[in-house]
Design a protein around this ligand. Structure first.
Ligand SMILES: [Zn+2]
Length: 345
């Protein structure tokens, strides 16, 4: 999921700590305080962190400012410096002791070195929201993230969904899926596989969920057995029913676009519906409604001209109905005619 804001690439030097410089990619909205924390994730003592400050071109920066408000531009060099306080006794840390403790915590683990293998597997074995191991019932969103249904529904109800999932607005945006478990009683966590090819659902192979029936198949199986019906339940599906699970950024972009298109179509449909039901109200609120109303009036005008020349003994409604092509328009026009000035009715 790409952030809408452009990421900054910056460099941080640690001359006082004797640590190697680092290159970081970060959001310009990040506060310097958060940045500092992320550099030392294993340091929990606020006081120790407070003894460090960033400076840009020799000018000290406030921790509370964001990267961009501090004037840091892309590819800028930030320096993390030690506050040299009174040398102890004032509650601040002295340079000597601080340097040691930073070296120690830095040595624990480099936070930016996450095993890519681990991340890949976790995307395929855990819920994207709760990070709990996947356990049916599972759903996917329209861009191919997998979730355990319960925590997702709960977060949706309580409006606790993180920003990255704000494309999930209701149950309609959750596609129920059926994962085929690997029969293995020995493992505490469930693992899944393609029911046709037996390939494991672990990120090494591409998988696709079929929207209509929810079956999850490996791309390989779908390629080998060319069929427009699900290989498990034989329900017909179209290319648009296939949702790539945990796809590449390109595949996600395609799915996202498809989702927006579907939403647009739905919105249009809704607007049309609303437009029709409003035609004939006395006071059209927006331009669109008003113009629809006018169309109604014009049609009515014509129709009533016909009525005006109706034989004296004919019932007006019956006579008018001769000129009405369908029941639907009759209803609409009759409805909108209520707003006509009395004299014309
Ligand atoms: Zn199926």
């Amino acid at each position: 999921m790409a952030s809408p804001k452009k990421m900054f690439q910056i460099f941080v030097a640690f001359p006082d700590l004797g640590l190697p410089s680092r290159s970081l990619s970060l959001s310009p909205d990040l506060t310097l305080h958060r940045l500092k924390r992320s550099l030392f994730p294993y340091q929990t003592q606020t006081q120790t962190l407070n003894s460090l400050y960033f400076s840009l071109n020799g000018k000290p920066l406030l921790d509370s400012s964001t990267v961009s408000s501090a004037g840091v531009t892309s590819s800028a060099l930030l320096t993390l410096r030690l506050r040299v306080a009174g040398g102890g006794g004032d509650g601040g840390a002295t340079g000597a002791e601080s340097r040691d403790c930073y070296l120690n915590m830095y040595a624990v683990k480099k936070p930016d070195k996450v095993d890519p293998n681990e991340t890949r597997i976790s995307r395929w074995t855990t819920c994207a929201l709760s990070t709990e191991p996947l356990a049916p019932p599972c759903v996917i969103d329209r861009i191919g993230n997998i979730f355990n249904k319960e925590p997702l529904v709960e977060a949706l109800i309580h409006k606790r969904l993180p920003k990255e999932f704000n494309h999930i607005r209701g149950l309609r945006d959750m596609i129920p899926i059926h994962l085929s478990p690997i029969p293995d009683a020995g493992r505490p966590e469930m693992r899944f596989q393609c029911p046709i090819s037996g390939l494991e659902f672990n990120g090494k192979y591409g998988f696709v969920a079929i929207k209509g029936c929810g079956h999850v198949l490996s791309v390989k199986a779908l390629k080998e057995v060319k069929s427009s019906a699900c290989l498990v339940c034989h329900k017909e599906f179209s290319e648009l029913d296939k949702v790539v699970i945990n796809g590449s950024s390109d595949e996600v972009a395609v799915l996202r676009e498809r989702m927006e298109e579907e939403r647009g179509r739905l919105r249009e449909k809704k607007e049309k519906k609303v437009g029709y039901s409003l035609s004939g109200t006395k006071h059209g609120v927006d331009e669109k409604t008003r113009s629809l109303e006018n169309v109604g009036h014009d049609r009515c005008g014509k129709r009533f001209k016909a009525v005006d020349i109706a034989p004296v003994n004919a019932t007006k409604e019956v006579y008018a109905s001769i000129f009405t092509s369908s029941k639907k328009t009759e209803f609409k026009e009759t409805y909108s005619c209520r707003s006509l000035p009395l004299g014309r009715n």
